[in-house]
Design a protein around this ligand. Structure first.
Ligand code: 4AD
Ligand code: MG
Length: 452
């Protein structure tokens, strides 16, 4: 069924390069290894578009310029056939990447047969169909650009923390207890006991922070989210710094530096990908510390005023956590992320330090991204008193035995300490300007999808 050639026999004189680096070879003949993304034909001219994972480039094949069998071979190519292409690089200011390829030869590694064409043709497809074919959808230029930006965001987050003295410490994935509320736990049978997939590495990195001072974790986290929203996944990746002797103000300073650094990195290193996505980069260029800071009470006041003026449909009920429309309204008032701090302790997690000025509030912060992307960071100062922490565990009806080790951190050299978690997918959605988090991760896990 398939036509294959032996890849190891395809060595040519022309140096192997990638589309991303093609500018280094202007005027020279090079080799690319990739796939056919699209093919247009116009009389005696063929315009194949190749992709190689680093980008796409248009080739030009005039009938007169190549051997007849080469012309026929390219003319017969089907979408996503794998090919090894040789051609001369030519600068062209009209080309999206600035270059075109005068194709000299194409070797077919595997030709996709006509009777089983690549399912994702260049026409529009519905989201369900695309998600069902996610393993193939990621080959399209837009999805590939998103995945490259995701990798850049992760690298930037890690570089920032590494360069600022935070030591990477990996918490376990299988855990005996809840960190972020018992309603979103994924249970796993653990040799006759019940364990859970981690919701956050926080509790564990609090202990590594007391060992190493400044630490972070980066890894997958899990929440059995029963709501279908454009911001929630059941499996997502979180980067979490934790910092001994730091208070809430230190933490907010860290968060704004961290986010500004990441956005700056993407702007400089992934400009071409942002262009593929049609992202308005002016909106990203304004992301620079310091970020506005609002207390929960100030934010609540802002929502009440907005409702009174008819700008917000539903009234905000003081004391609740903010809903999506609330977060969207608050963030729409600023051109950079806004840090909302000191929420009522009652709506936040058990481990948060109460505000010494008014214990009704927690020393916590949520960072809301601009343009309606909602919360990207959640963090807090942690309770350092043994008695208070034990009380909170009991108040939240959490199993005290499972938290004895965590209480030890307050028995032996307890200090004020703070940390936050940033959801990678939320950050990718915002920086890329995407509608939904399902496009921010190679294989999204959501309430009603676990295939492929
Ligand atoms: O606000 P959260 O629940 O905070 C924690 O888990 C803390 N223990 C973190 C810490 O202090 N070390 O989650 C942190 C971030 C959110 O701001 C959001 O970006 C992301 O994780 N997040 C999700 N992302 C995608 N899907 C979900 N279901 C998410 N839940 C949280
Ligand atoms: Mg949160």
């Amino acid at each position: 069924m398939t036509e294959e050639t032996n890849v190891t026999n395809t060595a040519t004189e022309a140096p192997l390069t990638t589309i991303a680096r093609i500018g280094e070879h202007e005027g020279k003949t090079i080799t690319l290894r990739g796939w056919l993304y699209n093919l247009r034909e116009s009389g005696k001219l063929l315009f194949p578009i190749f992709r190689d994972g680093s980008g796409t480039i248009q080739g030009i094949v005039p009938k007169a310029a190549v051997a007849p069998e080469v012309f026929e071979r390219i003319k017969g190519l089907t979408q996503e056939s794998s090919v090894i292409v040789t051609g001369k690089v030519r600068a062209d200011h009209r080309a999206p990447g600035g270059y075109e390829l005068d194709v000299e030869n194409v070797e077919v590694v595997q030709r996709v047969p006509e009777d089983t064409p690549f399912p994702i043709s260049l026409k529009e497809h519905g989201t369900d169909f695309l998600m069902e074919h996610r393993h193939l959808w990621i080959r399209t230029p837009r999805q590939s650009a998103i995945l490259r930006i995701r990798a850049e965001i992760i690298k930037a987050a890690r570089d920032f923390l590494d360069d600022n003295g935070f030591i990477l410490t990996d918490p376990p994935i299988l855990t005996p207890a809840a960190c972020e509320g018992t309603s979103t736990l994924f249970p796993v049978e653990y040799f006759g006991d019940e364990a859970y997939l981690t919701q956050s590495g926080q509790l564990y990195i609090e202990s590594t922070a007391l060992a190493l001072g400044k630490v972070y974790s980066f890894g997958p986290t899990f929440r059995a989210e029963k709501s279908k929203t454009r911001r929630h996944l059941t499996e997502f990746w979180m980067v979490e710094p934790e910092w001994a002797y730091a208070g809430l103000d230190d933490l907010m300073g860290l968060a704004e530096q961290f986010i500004s650094f990441i956005v700056g990195r993407v702007l400089t290193r992934r400009a071409a990908d942002l262009k593929v996505l049609g992202r308005d980069v002016a909106k990203l260029q304004s992301i620079q510390a310091p970020f506005p800071r609002l207390s929960y009470d100030e934010a609540a006041q802002m929502l009440n005023d907005a409702h009174a003026k008819g700008l917000l449909e539903h009234p905000f009920e003081y004391g609740n956590d903010f809903g999506s429309p609330d977060e969207t309204y608050i963030s729409s008032q600023f051109d950079r992320p806004v840090m909302v701090h000191r929420y009522p302790a009652a709506v936040k997690a058990f481990y948060m330090e109460p505000d010494p000025e008014n214990s009704k509030y927690a020393l916590c912060v949520d960072v809301l991204a601009p343009e309606g992307y909602g919360e990207i960071i959640g963090g807090s100062q942690r309770i350092s008193s043994y008695e208070l922490l034990k009380q909170r565990i009991e108040d939240h009806q959490l199993p005290l035995e499972a938290f004895q080790w965590y209480l030890d951190l307050r028995r032996y050299g307890s200090v004020p300490h703070s940390g936050f978690g940033m959801g990678i997918e939320r950050a990718v959605a915002w920086i890329c300007g995407l509608e939904h988090v399902r496009e921010t991760i190679p294989f999204a896990r959501t309430l009603n999808r676990i295939y492929p």
